[in-house]
Design a protein around this ligand. Sequence first.
Ligand SMILES: *[C@@H]1O[C@H](CO)[C@@H](O)[C@H](O)[C@H]1NC(C)=O
Ligand SMILES: *[C@@H]1O[C@H](CO)[C@@H](O)[C@H](O)[C@H]1NC(C)=O
Ligand SMILES: *[C@@H]1O[C@H](CO)[C@@H](O)[C@H](O)[C@H]1NC(C)=O
Ligand SMILES: *[C@@H]1O[C@H](CO)[C@@H](O)[C@H](O)[C@H]1NC(C)=O
Length: 395
Amino acid sequence: MLLQIKIYAIAILYALGAIFMLLFPPRNFLRSGAKLSALRSSSAGLTYDHYLSHQEILDLCEQISKTDPDLANMVELEPKTAQNRTITALELRSDSQTKKPGILIVGGKFIIIKICLDGMAWGVPNALLELADRLLHDSNYQAPFFNDYDWYLIPLANPDGLTFTQAIRDNKPVNASTWSANLTAREGTRPDAWHKNMEKDDSHPCFGVRVNRNFAYHWQDDHAHRPDRCSQAFPGPRPFSAREAQAVRAYVDRLDRRVQLAVHLQPSYEAKKDLLLYPWRYTLRAQSNQQTLQAIGERAARHSRLPDGRIYEVHQGSAERVVAGSLSDYLSGVVGAELVYLLQPHHQLYPNYTDTDVLESFVNRAMLAILSLVRAWRKSEKTNTLSFFGTEVEF
Ligand SMILES: *[C@@H]1O[C@H](CO)[C@@H](O)[C@H](O)[C@H]1NC(C)=O
Ligand SMILES: *[C@@H]1O[C@H](CO)[C@@H](O)[C@H](O)[C@H]1NC(C)=O
Ligand SMILES: *[C@@H]1O[C@H](CO)[C@@H](O)[C@H](O)[C@H]1NC(C)=O
Ligand SMILES: *[C@@H]1O[C@H](CO)[C@@H](O)[C@H](O)[C@H]1NC(C)=O
């Protein structure tokens, strides 16, 4: 009799448990359900196997957000560029329905990844869209990278500059200073480097502003005299004169101080020089959380060893070169993002456009470094780890 009552009681408890699970499914259970469109187990090669043009990037962002509207959202930034191109952001959120009573809620973790504002970073949009593709569709990337964080990607923030350098890639190279100043030297040639946008000023033959020197945080603090209009470092006539910088500022302001980790992905064009830098860039003075930035950076560098065995050099940006008005200083000094990194994997100037091995190598190095940064940050916060007989186990 007593045994029967016990069995009934246990059965009722189980039934209640099952009903509870159905009514309030845990977050990860819901997430791994049918809502994920096409889940792969692993990805061998690249999904995007050629350098993407601005139009292709727009089309892909639109396609991704239409295919997975619950998880991905495309935002058009304002204003448009000088040549009337749209800058887009791609937002990935695994948890759009925040009212779910999940047990494993890990608090608001927000990540923002940005693109280089440089006109020569052909591989960067590929790296960010490839990352978006893996986060959405590759089961190896779902936990922990997608489920616990929101991702905000701006795959291409200088579409005019990139379109320009891609279009003239086959021309004969000429020193960029000469090319800028001498109109006849421009015929049928290309500048040997182009890091600016395409904003024209009718009163001057030289054009373009280095967008990553145009942000309003200690703008121009590194130069006694304003660099010349023809220089690749020209920071603009005033802070936030460049439309690209205005668009990025407006977008970041809209995110409203939720940014905890910001990564500005920008190539290093020097061979054997792969850098992971943090603010400040405009001064040799150290950040208040310099030790945390260094520790997370070093951990990330150890986990993203380069194919030839080297690791990223990790240090404060100004130790490399003093540069004012850059995006990373703005994100740290004005937006107040806790952790800001400038990630610089090596990328050639004008790489062989048809050589997919070079592209694949860049994309893989960039993605590995970004994910290693997230892992290192996670580890530093001990998010989702349990101490199990003295060993830390991640779940
Ligand atoms: C800019 O592009 C939009 C479409 O993307 C078009 O409607 C608009 O007329 C263009 N503006 C200029 C000044 O060309
Ligand atoms: C290009 O020319 C400028 C000015 O003449 C010079 O300072 C610079 O070193 C040159 N750059 C290269 C890559 O030769
Ligand atoms: C401008 O470039 C052309 C063609 O390269 C050259 O012949 C000319 O001397 C240059 N002019 C100046 C002022 O450097
Ligand atoms: C560019 O890469 C392609 C494919 O790897 C190769 O066939 C071609 O010779 C390369 N071109 C140059 C100029 O190196």
